[in-house]
Design a protein around this ligand. Structure first.
Ligand code: ZN
Length: 364
């Protein structure tokens, strides 16, 4: 079996329907109806997926008139991916099956400033402890372990897996994390921003295939993951979503990035002095700019700092957006909610960097 064939558009459509049907399964006829493919094409695709161990029979279901139909289901344990979230001070690693369900998890303290060699070696050991060393899972199929998705603070080059200058950690600038980790682990590695991973997780799990939303992530930094028309929007140089360093006060306090009055600096300074309402107001002003620019369906708030004051942030950001919508005469303001997924959302989204493309979801 090769990954190229699996990734064909029609196969991805069939796999995504099998995934969303869950353990109760779906018949070939329903697959044909819902994909618009001919029953012959569906039979050909499902025969190959069964041969590869990705699909199994889930019993028979009575049908009107004719003989009972065989129902098929996805085999979740036929493939796995590791999601690795490297935060500034903590590492989270999850092992996910094909449906994205977490089957094992590890957490460890991390000093992102400890130097590339130390961080890469520590991360590699956690991945090996999670999935067994050397990296292999029972079954022997090339799909058994799809690879490792790594999510960490940006900016970075997603296509090449090379880090740019992470605010506060200049020593990482230019480091080829994807290639170094892939060589160390002997498996495929995909690198993306923590914000994009969080947004991908939401896109794959709950959001409709054409949903447009923004995940604002406020932890020790501030960034945005954007999903436009069901796809993570990364931009031409994969630099989209650098939300935190927009200037909202021209003569504001200096920011580590070199500008003055960045929303990240103002927001975190307000949190530090205990003024959560003030931080939410500043975040709301920047969020309202984003909503006006992109006309999205919903705004999601996540990250550690939001998690510590969920109600105040949702209320404060929502109030600014509602006020602006009212002034503009809009029928209704864009809703503001806490991002689903919680503390593990970024790590699970990192695993989806490998899983989602199989189902044609959220990512190219
Ligand atoms: Zn800045």
């Amino acid at each position: 079996m090769n990954l190229g064939a699996l990734r064909s558009h029609n196969t991805a459509l069939v796999l995504d329907l099998l995934r969303t049907a869950g353990p109760s399964g779906i018949s070939r006829l329903e697959l044909a109806e819902r994909t618009g493919l001919t029953p012959q094409a569906v039979s050909k695709i499902t025969a190959r997926l069964r041969l590869d161990g990705l699909v199994a029979e889930a019993g028979r279901r009575a049908s009107t008139g004719g003989k009972p139909r065989t129902v098929l289901r996805l085999v979740p344990e036929a493939g796995h991916a590791v999601g690795l979230h490297l935060d500034r001070d903590e590492l989270t690693a999850v092992l996910c099956d094909l449906t994205g369900a977490v089957v094992a998890e590890r957490r460890a303290p991390l000093d992102l400033g400890a130097g590339a060699d130390t961080v890469v070696e520590g991360a590699a050991r956690e991945v090996e402890a999670l999935s067994g060393s050397p990296l292999a899972l029972p079954g022997g199929s090339p799909l058994a372990l799809l690879g490792v998705g790594v999510a960490l603070p940006g900016p970075l080059d997603h296509t090449r897996g090379v880090l740019h200058r992470v605010t506060g950690f200049p020593e990482w600038s230019g480091f080829p994390l994807r290639d170094v980790l892939a060589r160390r682990l002997g498996t495929a590695v995909v690198v993306d921003k923590d914000t994009n991973a969080a947004a991908l997780d939401v896109a794959v799990r709950g959001a409709g295939p054409s949903a447009s939303f923004a995940c604002l992530h406020l932890g020790t930094g501030l960034g945005a993951g954007l999903v436009l028309g069901g796809t993570v929007h990364r931009g031409a140089r994969t630099g989209a979503g650098e939300f935190g360093h927009q200037v909202v006060q021209l003569d504001g306090p200096p920011c580590e990035c070199g500008n003055r009055g960045c929303v990240e600096a103002l927001c975190l300074a307000a949190v530090d002095r205990g003024d959560v309402a003030g931080a939410a107001r500043v975040l709301g002003v920047a969020a309202a700019n984003l909503v006006a620019l992109l006309d999205i369906d919903v705004l999601l708030l996540g990250g550690r700092t939001v998690a510590a004051h969920e109600e105040e942030f949702v209320r404060g950001v929502g109030a600014v957006i509602e006020e602006r919508a009212r002034r503009e005469g809009a029928d209704r303001a864009v809703p503001v909610r806490v991002a689903p997924g919680g503390a593990r959302g970024v790590a699970e989204g990192a695993a989806q960097l490998l899983l989602a493309p199989l189902f044609g979801r959220g990512d190219g």
